[in-house]
Design a protein around this ligand. Sequence first.
Ligand SMILES: [Zn+2]
Ligand SMILES: [Zn+2]
Length: 175
Amino acid sequence: MEIKELMKKATMFHGHICPGIAIGVLVAKYALENGFEHSPDEELVAVVETDNCSVDALQTILGTTYGKGNLIHKDYGKSNYNIYSRKNQKGVRLSLKKTIFDNKKLSRDEKIQNLLSLEPENVFEIRNIEYDPPGMAQIEESLPCSLCGELTMESRMMNYQGKIMCIPCYKEFKQ
Ligand SMILES: [Zn+2]
Ligand SMILES: [Zn+2]
C-alpha cells in the first residue's frame, strides 16, 4: 500500500494528522515490506515502549491491537517498536533516531512531510532481534470481588486477610 493510503487509514482511526502518526505509519510500512503481515489474530505481536500517537498507526495497519492482547505497552517513554512474527519466528526493532527532530524550525506540517519523504533507515535505527515474544493472550475466568461485587479477572484478584478482592478495593481496604 502507498504511504498516502496508509496515512489516510491511520489518521481516520486516530482522529487527527500529526508527526506521531507519520512515525507509526513508517514503522508499520517497514514491517509490512519486510515479512511481517497484517495480523487478524495474534500472528504479530508489537511491544512498544511509548503510548504516544504513533501506536495508533500500528493498531490500524499491523493489526497489533490492545483488545486482542498483541499490543504490549512498556511504559519507558521511548520511541522504540519491537515487532515479532509468530509465523516467521522473527523479530525486528525500530528505534527513532535522535537526530530526527533536530530542525526545530519546521512547522508541524513540514515535519510530517519531511518524515514521509525519508527512507526508514534514515528515521530509525533498525535491527533484527531475537525471537522472544511475550506469551499469547490468555482467556480467563472472572469472579465477583468480595467487596464491590464487580466481575474481576482471576489473575488480578488480591487476597487480603482471607478476602478475595479487586485491586481498587484492595487499595482502599488496606489504608
Ligand atoms: Zn496524534
Ligand atoms: Zn472490588
